[in-house]
Write a protein that binds this ligand. Sequence first.
Ligand SMILES: *Cc1c(COP(=O)(O)O)cnc(C)c1O
Length: 386
Amino acid sequence: MTGELPAARATVGQPEIRDMPVLLTPGPLTTSARVKAAMMRDWGSRDPAFVELSQSVFERIRALAGGTAEDHVCVPLQGSGTFAVEAMLTTFVGAGDRVLLLVNGAYGHRMAAICGKSGRAHEIYEVPETDTHDPLEVARRLRLDPQIGFVAMVHCETTSGLLNPLSEIARCVRAEGRQLLVDSMSGFGALPLDMHALELAAMAASSNKCLQGVPGLGFVVCRKDMLEAARGASPSVVLDLQAQADALANGGQWRFTPPTHVIAALDEALAELEEEGGPAARLARYSQNLATLLAGMGRLGFQPVLDSSRQAPVIASFVEPDDAWFCFKSFYEALRLGGYAIYAGKMTGIGSFRVGVIGAVDFLTIEAFLRVAEAVVSEMKQKVIS
Ligand SMILES: *Cc1c(COP(=O)(O)O)cnc(C)c1O
């Protein structure tokens, strides 16, 4: 690529460092200068100032998830989001329990892998990656098997970018008297989620997606009575949510080294979320980003994989053009030179690639990306002709 492409610029994130691409990915994603700056000091993990910071961060996350101080708690966990999903499944689904897993993408399959490895009895209800689950079928399966105490689902299936119908499924699980566990990793902080109203048992998410913090921390917001009932049930020392919650409740100390800088950055990211106007305002910004992206990519000839009614304003999958000029690797590298990092596809049976719309980016960022993409596409097509 020539160096004449428009310079990348995240109008919200303003990366000041040369060669720092704008991340149009599902996370880690572009963070603001403020969030990055919050990591410029050291914290003693047992120092009261850090204990207070950490408690305040997890109280605010509990409230954001619609959890009440009385009945819910946010249990943080060192590591990436999957650590939190594994902790949630293996702490709550006991050795004698059975869980129904709703699968329509790689993250659903990951839950099955976790249950398989940890010996948690599970049944899989799988639908194609572009479809959502039928609540009536969920109800039918639950009635058929009273041994199933839990249902686990993915809120936004990041594999395709699909929004699963959380409230419909929650209503059906509740009506059948079972417990719902939700992986809301790529939605929490923007997509509506109210644990109390939906009567969710637990929800797992992480620091580095719609909360716009940096990676290194997962967490599970859950009901306190469920934690108590799970005492001693986890087969793991580090992933035992009940033991982690116990330690934090008794003096605020983490059991093992906490990611101090990540938590300080998350504290700042939560302040930004509040200043922006909360999850509803963030969702509106992401929706505008998505609309700008879909319209612009459409003009360049790219087809979205999902029906617009199922598309979450988080990340969009596009069909890889079946044309001589297109090659994802060259497309990626040229965009990267122009200052933008997109994401490879993850769908089975269809060539796709993904572009994220979350993070400290706005529609102007997306418009700037589209100008680069237009130049890249025309150069790639030119190469085939010449
Ligand atoms: C990102 C993500 C996860 C966690 O992935 P990590 O790589 O472990 O952070 C889990 N579920 C979904 C739906 C996700 O988007």
